[in-house]
Ligand binder design. Sequence first.
Ligand SMILES: NC(=O)c1ccc[n+]([C@@H]2O[C@H](COP(=O)([O-])OP(=O)(O)OC[C@H]3O[C@@H](n4cnc5c(N)ncnc54)[C@H](OP(=O)(O)O)[C@@H]3O)[C@@H](O)[C@H]2O)c1
Length: 302
Amino acid sequence: MIGGSGFLGAWVVELAQRVEALEVASLARDPAHFPRPRPGERVQRLEADALAADELEQALAAWKPTHVILCAALSRMADCKHDPERAHRMNVDLPHRVALCSRGRARVVFSSTDLVFGARAPGPGGFDENATPAPISDYGRSKLGGESVLRVHARVDPNLSIVRLPLLYGPSLGRGLGASDSLLAALQRGETPQLFTDERRSPLDVRDGAAALLEIALGEHCGLLHVGGPVAIDRYSFGMAVLLEQGLSVAAARSKLRAGLRRDAGLEQERPADVSLDSTRARALLRTRLRGPSEALADSSV
Ligand SMILES: NC(=O)c1ccc[n+]([C@@H]2O[C@H](COP(=O)([O-])OP(=O)(O)OC[C@H]3O[C@@H](n4cnc5c(N)ncnc54)[C@H](OP(=O)(O)O)[C@@H]3O)[C@@H](O)[C@H]2O)c1
């Protein structure tokens, strides 16, 4: 697992440890970002800065994985806008280097994003795997760049999958990460977050996203797969659902959030109106259930 300290990666690492036959290693840059070790965990924690010369290559050569799930990324839109060169190194060069190290040795699963779309509106069911990507943000462009280099690698070694994920939410192991925990953390800080009513996504619980990545890694699917939630919903309504699940009344939940439009915040040009994914193929292919928010938000299991 590369990027095992992140929001998604930590769940992949957690679920992989529940598969008895697997030996799990988790690589990330800063040990302080790993979730707190829990008793009985059986994961080898590796520290390497993927941007420092050869550190990643050396770690992979020593580790010799048979399956690599790549979740390390520059994953925040604002960070990619602020530093597009770093975004390129993390989101385009890194998948290329991982694929090179893994060629003929390990199966690779790359976590990509719904934000490779945005310039055009989807069809009624969302974007399926045949839709032409057209990102509008530096983040989306860099992730699409990562997909493109992997497609070139796939001509030589097709044993890789590109999985496009939507907005992820759900438990972040006490770290205030992801669409729901970061919202709750903002409220705890006394903020009144603004959420957009004109920004539609097909959100997915991070536990389902991680389970799907693991299933894909251990399976045989090659190529592109959309793994989104079954419900397309705007960010404000999703935020309301999070707060209602916390037991707030509708009036109380409304008072905690500011409903807005992307243009109110000057973000219309970089935050797409609708990047909801059509995940029909994944639902037919995977045993992992891709739950909707009403079911997943009520699930407090970790
Ligand atoms: N979260 C979402 O809603 C969402 C939606 C769609 C797709 N995705 C995709 O899912 C993947 C994971 O996203 P996430 O939200 O879990 O991201 P995240 O929380 O930001 O985690 C990023 C991971 O990358 C590691 N990393 C960053 N720079 C590194 C470096 N130089 N060397 C080694 N490791 C480094 C981080 O480790 P350190 O903390 O030590 O730097 C961390 O483990 C990404 O590919 C993202 O594009 C996420």
